[in-house]
Design a binder for this molecule. Structure first.
Ligand SMILES: Cc1cc2nc3c(=O)[nH]c(=O)nc-3n(C[C@H](O)[C@H](O)[C@H](O)COP(=O)(O)OP(=O)(O)OC[C@H]3O[C@@H](n4cnc5c(N)ncnc54)[C@H](O)[C@@H]3O)c2cc1C
Length: 242
């Protein structure tokens, strides 16, 4: 298990002035902001407060909060972020599993089965560890590794991911693709306006965070380009190429 690249702003000190922070807060999902404050301050009592989402629906990023509650949450956040900045931008320890579970229930305004907590912890990588980055190294004898060769059918999101993970484990593989290029769905769907239908931050490999987006919903061509980049990385790192 290795540490993975974090989003480029994670842990970076906040140096912006109050007006800049306040302006940025106008452009956020307030429920997400509130749970981020738990991480920023270490204060889980935020999850018990009156400022909270009232429900959840795909792409309703404000959780049905009233404009007044959103404004109050932004003002609350500005104070907390200012305190964090002025105290030297020192992050507390990441929230523990029980707190993350509470954050999940807060965000969806209802109960969340405990079985989803490990999944989210893995996705969040709050400890900076990529649990699926399996390097077999010396644990598996070289001849056993070199005897194996996996064929992956398809170079879409899943096939490229399989290649990356197999490469990390030191297992030889070949990705077979019927189309002339990597991309799968994003190679085939290129009609005008075609794009992902959930926010970009949900639609990336967890070990490859990226904030270089032209909008919230990434266009098909950009998704295909990113997959080509990942495909090239998979090809470059492929152990024992044929
Ligand atoms: C407009 C649109 C928006 C979407 N938005 C989202 C979104 O916001 N969030 C989300 O999670 N998902 C979204 N999706 C779903 C998207 O398809 C998946 O997220 C993802 O791209 C699927 O990847 P995949 O690798 O599993 O399959 P695919 O991308 O379909 O890749 C399969 C690959 O296998 C190849 N293949 C198949 N059979 C063979 C064969 N016999 N031999 C060789 N090659 C073969 C195909 O050519 C293809 O390249 C969206 C889809 C569309 C069309």
């Amino acid at each position: 298990m290795n540490a993975t690249p974090r989003p480029r702003f994670a842990g970076a000190p906040i140096t912006d002035d109050d007006a800049t922070i306040a302006a940025a807060l106008n452009d956020v999902s307030v429920p997400t902001l509130l749970v981020s404050l738990v991480h920023l301050t270490g204060d889980a009592s935020i999850l018990d407060g009156a400022l909270r989402p009232a429900g959840v629906y795909l792409n309703e990023v404000q959780g049905f909060m009233s404009p007044e509650d959103q404004a109050a949450a932004r003002a609350f956040a500005l104070d907390r972020i200012r305190e964090y900045r002025d105290a030297g931008s020192v992050l507390p320890s990441p929230p523990d599993a029980a707190t993350v579970h509470k954050m999940m229930e807060f965000l969806v305004a209802g109960p969340v089965d405990e079985e989803y907590v490990p999944l989210l912890l893995e996705e969040l990588e709050l400890d900076g560890v990529d649990d699926r980055d399996e390097h077999w190294g010396a644990r598996v004898p070289e001849d056993a590794k070199s005897d194996a060769h996996v064929v992956v059918i398809g170079a879409g999101m899943s096939g490229v991911l399989a290649g990356i993970r197999l490469g990390q484990a030191g297992i030889a593989y070949t990705i077979v693709e019927k189309n002339p290029a990597v991309g799968g769905t994003w190679f085939e769907n290129r009609y005008p306006g075609c794009r992902v239908d959930v926010g970009n931050h949900f639609y990336c490999y967890s070990f490859a965070p990226n904030d270089d987006w032209s909008g919230v919903l990434r266009p098909s061509a950009r998704a295909a380009a990113l997959l080509r980049e990942h495909g090239a990385i998979a090809r470059r790192d492929r152990p024992h190429p044929l």
